[in-house]
Design a protein around this ligand. Structure first.
Ligand code: NAD
Length: 482
């Protein structure tokens, strides 16, 4: 029995169809859906980009991308050839007149139309305008917008206003691929599908939450782009904030787009301003055979942070004494994304201190592998008296559901199919993005005005010493980056 839920036939246009994101994520994602049998027979994917090329040249490029970036490419020639039959190409100039009429003629009436903006954000407005004014988009068409969504509140508002000139909010899909991860959705299932957790999910029982997104890569060739952004804008305002919302939000009445997004918005609006001594910024230095940030930065004296750690407080009844510690950085010791929910110690130990045991902990792992476990305390087996150990209870689907379970879809493929289905639950609403910037802006202004330099940390380390100190002084410690 196939668990693949069919979707309606669609035309999907990928603006930036020759770009890095299209080749690494979007096209391989669509290919995996095709391989899984989810792509309708008449579905059409049209790459649209600046380069002049024939359909066959584009298909050859897509084939190469699949070979390089899809683990399913070994499926064989026939499957790839079948997928390529769905692929078309149209040269367009996002800022001019060329190609738009030809693109319009390729689109078919009466089926789902989606336009993926996989181009630099300064082109979003130009493309939105042309889609509308040249009759490519109708009232049911969807647009998918990539990050970054602005660089502060003002630019995000302007971008929202521009898109709103041509499209309804219900047509705009602001993508944050962290929300497409299976485990992130599993987190919601575990929180709201069981009676066990929700009664404990508050400051009375949860000591603190840690969210870590550690990367091993540096900024490399993206140095001058990254230099205008930094870890706060590039990672915290969007990805880490979204994860925080899913942990902290109240139960929505239904698992529906606006019900979920209303609750997330309330969390963002309840965030307290962050104190200057509760933010640690870092910048990596050459070490362990790796280069330093300034080797690639646009400005050799750049004070942009490649690492940030901060203590976040949510001013509401549920979380009034439970801090959320966030940390993300590049060139760290290991690639690791995880959320740790640390429960409080039992109020009294009947076994005595020496018996061991420790507080319960739920870990939600997003990278390098996805999974979830809950550490519980049990008796150490054997005759050694009442000694306690903690063991992980695995809450990961793959093992429990067995080898017949459908393979876990990648975040992008899942989200693209949600666009085709018209389901916005896992996409950010405009007001959420603005609220997140409204919280982020004053924090950034604090160091931009003061020209505060980030602390140096070694490439390949766990980040600056001060980030460890941020928890130590609260009597807590970070999960090790390993
Ligand atoms: P890229 O530079 O590799 O590709 C840019 C694409 O835009 C090319 O296909 C190019 O032909 C097209 N393009 C540029 N100017 C055009 C014009 N005037 N008319 C028509 N097409 C034009 O960029 P990318 O890395 O693929 O990133 C695309 C978007 O996705 C950006 O907004 C980026 O911030 C975002 N993003 C990228 C990644 C990633 O991993 N690459 C990750 C997250 C978000």
């Amino acid at each position: 029995v196939s668990r693949v839920i069919p979707v309606d036939t669609f035309d999907l246009v990928i603006f930036g169809g020759t770009g890095d994101l299209a080749r690494r994520k979007i096209l391989p994602g669509l290919f995996r859906r095709y391989s899984a049998g989810q792509m309708p027979e008449a579905a059409q994917v049209i790459g649209a980009a600046r380069s002049e090329m024939s359909v066959n040249e584009y298909r050859a490029m897509v084939r190469e991308a699949l070979m390089e970036f899809s683990d399913k490419a070994e499926q064989g020639e026939e499957v790839i050839a079948g997928f390529l039959q769905h692929i078309d190409y149209q040269q367009v100039d996002a800022q001019g007149d060329d190609g738009w009429e030809a693109l319009r003629e390729k689109l078919r009436d009466g089926i789902v139309r989606a336009f993926y903006f996989s181009v630099a954000p300064f082109l979003f407005g130009d493309i939105a305008e042309r889609l509308k004014t040249r009759g490519l988009a109708d009232a049911d068409s969807r647009i998918v917008v990539e990050k970054p969504f602005g660089r502060d509140l003002q630019t995000a508002r302007a971008l929202n206003a521009t898109l709103a000139t041509y499209f309804e909010e219900g047509q705009i899909y602001r993508i944050d691929h962290y929300l497409g991860k299976e485990t992130v959705q599993n987190l919601m299932a575990v929180r709201f599908g069981n009676i066990l957790f929700e009664p404990l999910w508050n400051a009375q029982f949860i000591d603190h939450v840690q969210i870590t997104v550690a990367e091993t890569v540096g900024v490399g060739g993206r140095g001058s782009y990254y230099d205008k952004s930094g870890a706060m804008r590039d990672m915290v305002q969007n990805h880490l904030m979204q994860l925080l919302c899913l942990i902290a939000m109240e139960p929505p009445a239904r698992f529906e787009p606006d019900a979920v997004r209303d609750e997330k918005l309330k969390v963002i609006r309840a965030l307290e301003p962050v104190l200057a001594n509760e933010v640690v910024r870092g910048q990596y230095e050459a070490a362990n055979g790796e280069d330093g940030y300034l080797d690639h930065a646009g400005d050799p004296r750049s004070i942009t942070e490649s690492f940030i750690a901060l203590k976040v407080r949510i001013a509401n009844w549920r979380w009034q004494s439970t801090p959320f510690y966030l940390r993300t950085g590049k060139r760290l010791r290991a690639r690791m994304s995880e959320i740790v929910v640390r429960f409080r110690e039992p109020p009294h130990s009947i076994f005595g201190e020496e018996a061991g045991g420790r507080a319960n902990e739920m870990t939600i792992r997003l990278q390098p592998d996805e999974g979830m476990d809950l550490r519980v305390t049990i008796k150490e087996p054997g005759p050694g008296g009442m000694r306690l150990v903690d063991v992980p209870l695995d809450m990961t689907f793959a093992d429990a559901l067995g080898p017949d379970a459908e393979e876990v879809p990648d975040a992008y493929e899942r989200l693209i199919m949600d666009v085709i289905r018209g389901n916005q639950t896992l996409f950010m609403r405009g007001d959420e993005v603005e609220a997140a910037w409204a919280w982020t802006d004053p924090i950034i202004a604090g160091w931009e005005e003061g020209k505060t330099k980030p602390a140096k940390y070694d490439s390949g380390s766990s980040g600056p010493e001060a980030a460890l100190e941020l928890l130590h002084r609260d009597g807590r410690r970070w999960r090790e980056i390993r």
